[in-house]
Design a protein around this ligand. Structure first.
Ligand code: PRP
Ligand code: URA
Length: 209
């Protein structure tokens, strides 16, 4: 079974509270999401493998740590996942970005894939799927299915807010995918929105509500 990492960092918790507040503007919401993504990125990348290289400092030559493999692909689930890309790219400017478009049907709450574009040889990269909301889990499960169908193996999932139901479903469907989340909320409501949550993340990022 996968590991669920729930962040308890004070800065992440405080920023998330500001994002939850209904009066927070789209501009502030986007800024906070970028900042939290960068902070969460530290933990999401903590187990990246290291090796050493020999380099010259101005003083002498020495063996120093470097990332063993810097082929990392950040995969935002459109639209709302886009709000987490800039923070992750600040942390890993060398990363590639692949996109998966998923929209939930408003009646059935089932996700529909409408876009898929990955960097070449993505199956060889470490993949971080990003989406602020993990509600029923349907979008994340289908996005990860899409990647696995194309041969991807080393996948982790980073969300801002999750519902317990969504976490459970992703773990059942993808026991090899670790989940990183800033908060696990109480439940879903009858429209499959997270309670207390922060509303519709895509609408809040892009001002479409
Ligand atoms: C939201 C969110 C997730 C999904 C979560 O996207 O960004 O992708 O819902 O719900 P689930 O876990 O029940 O699948 P939405 O479909 O509203 O699209 P948007 O990002 O374009 O607003
Ligand atoms: N998608 C969102 O943006 N918010 C929710 O609470 C659930 C799904």
């Amino acid at each position: 079974m996968s590991t669920v990492h729930v962040f308890d960092h004070p800065l992440i918790a405080d920023k998330l509270t500001r994002m939850r507040r209904a009066e927070t503007s789209s501009q502030d919401f986007r800024t906070l999401l970028r900042e939290i993504s960068l902070l969460m990125g530290y933990e999401v990348t903590r187990d990246f493998e290291m090796t050493t290289g020999t380099f010259e400092t101005p003083i002498c030559s020495g063996e120093f740590p470097v990332l063993k493999d810097n082929f990392v692909t950040i995969v935002p689930i459109l639209r709302a996942g886009l709000g987490m890309v800039d923070g992750m790219l600040e942390l890993m400017p060398f990363a590639h970005v692949g996109h998966i478009g998923m929209a939930r049907d408003e009646e059935t709450h089932e996700p529909v894939e409408y876009y898929y574009k990955m960097p070449k040889n993505v199956e060889k990269s470490t993949i971080v799927v990003v989406d602020p909301m993990l509600a029923t889990g349907g979008s994340a499960i289908d996005a990860i299915n899409s990647l696995k169908t194309r041969g991807c193996k080393n996948i982790r999932l980073m969300n801002l807010v999750a519902a317990p139901e969504g976490v459970k479903r992703v773990q059942e469907s993808h026991p090899d995918v670790d989940i990183y989340v800033a908060a696990i909320d109480e439940r879903l409501n009858d429209k499959a929105y997270i309670v207390p949550g922060l509303g519709d993340a895509g609408d809040r990022i892009f001002g479409t509500n």
